[in-house]
Design a protein around this ligand. Structure first.
Ligand code: 5AD
Ligand code: SF4
Length: 333
């Protein structure tokens, strides 16, 4: 398939449904060649809703007056126990940039999880940190790290973030993670304010050069109380095309069907899988903290219990002809 810059523009803007179907079919073909008809499950654990940053788009930004929480190590381990029982072999610990999450604390959590579940991968998603800090987390046993780059265009980055957040630092973090041996994930929102065809092409170019092991992309969804609360949500259609393009560009990449897609469309995640995605991330967070982790409005909370969301997702994936294996689902290098 032709993925030259000219053709990318065409794939992103065409109104020809045949062209789009061809793109999706090609994405599934290359995915199945590498991974087979498998969708990997990751258990998402939202470990802290405290954040020192003030990203303009996010419902957990510093200026939001909301009830904040942190999970204890014991609560996190309890989520993992439930998840392991349900067949999860990757735990994703995600949170805001919270100074309380010192290297010591995070390393202790990672070691405890790895000790109790040596057959599982640990993914961290705790925002920007220094290289030394990343190195300690790696030594403690963390396998993967997700840090969306948000946009590969510096001016667009500055429109989405306050000036104390530096585009260069974010990119440096991604390079550090990669060099330290993490399976590294970048990504961006589709339809964030100020995004254009030009900034999207830069995102795709960045992904083509950086070759991350994972790419998280989902539509922007306005969050009440943020500076972008009245901005329109991103397009589901455009998100699906971008997923497919990324899959064709980078057949081995681990590509989640994000909850943001599931939030905007009842079949959003199934459609993402049909566009080439191969990862789903049901929520394993405790029931009472789940609604407090509100990065955007109406965040999907299917089946308020872990068991329910896992069963729901499994059934949805099987219904579209995919297997959901009990495996770590590592990047195939
Ligand atoms: N809509 C969609 N995605 C969002 N994120 C943050 N706020 C929103 C929003 N309003 C995404 C960002 C961040 C990830 C954890 O969630 O891309 O990296
Ligand atoms: Fe904090 Fe992440 Fe939200 Fe930015 S996107 S405010 S870093 S939780």
């Amino acid at each position: 398939m032709n993925l030259s810059l000219d053709n990318l523009e065409k794939l992103l803007t065409t109104r020809d449904p045949v062209l789009v179907e061809d793109l999706f079919a090609e994405a599934c073909r290359v995915r199945d060649e590498v991974y087979g008809r498998k969708v990997f499950m990751r258990g998402l654990i939202e470990v802290t809703s405290h954040c020192k940053n003030n990203c303009l788009y996010c419902g957990l930004r510093r200026d939001m007056h909301c009830t904040r929480y942190r999970l204890t190590k014991e609560q996190i381990l309890q989520c993992c126990r439930t998840g392991h029982e349900l067949g999860f072999r990757t735990f994703v610990m995600q949170g805001g940039e919270d100074a309380w999450m010192t290297d010591e604390r995070v390393c202790d959590i990672v070691r405890s999880v790895k000790r109790e579940f040596p057959d599982c991968a640990v993914t961290l998603s705790l925002g920007e940190r220094g290289r030394e800090s990343f190195a300690r987390l790696k030594d403690a046993g963390a396998d993967r790290y997700l840090l969306r780059h948000e946009t590969a265009d510096a001016a667009h980055y500055a429109r989405l973030h306050p000036s104390e957040m530096r585009f260069e630092h974010r990119m440096q973090c991604l390079r550090d993670l990669r060099e330290l041996g993490f399976q590294t994930g970048c990504g961006f929102m589709v339809g964030s304010p100020g995004q254009t065809l030009e900034t999207l092409k830069k995102d795709l170019q960045f992904i083509a050069e950086f070759r991350p092991e994972m790419v998280g992309i989902g539509p922007f969804i306005p969050a009440s109380g943020t500076p972008f609360e009245h901005e329109p949500a991103g397009s589901v259609e455009l998100t699906l095309r971008l997923l497919a393009i990324i899959r064709v560009m980078h057949p081995r990449v681990l590509l989640p069907a994000t909850s943001a897609l599931g939030t905007l469309h009842p079949q959003g995640r199934e459609r993402a899988i049909r566009a080439g995605a191969n990862v789903v991330m049901p929520n394993l967070s405790p029931q009472d903290t789940r609604s407090l982790y509100s990065i955007y409005n109406n965040k999907l909370a299917t089946g308020s219990e872990a068991a329910e969301s896992a069963a729901d997702i499994r059934a949805r994936m099987k219904a579209i002809g995919m297997e959901v294996p009990t495996e770590r689902g590592d990047f195939i290098g």
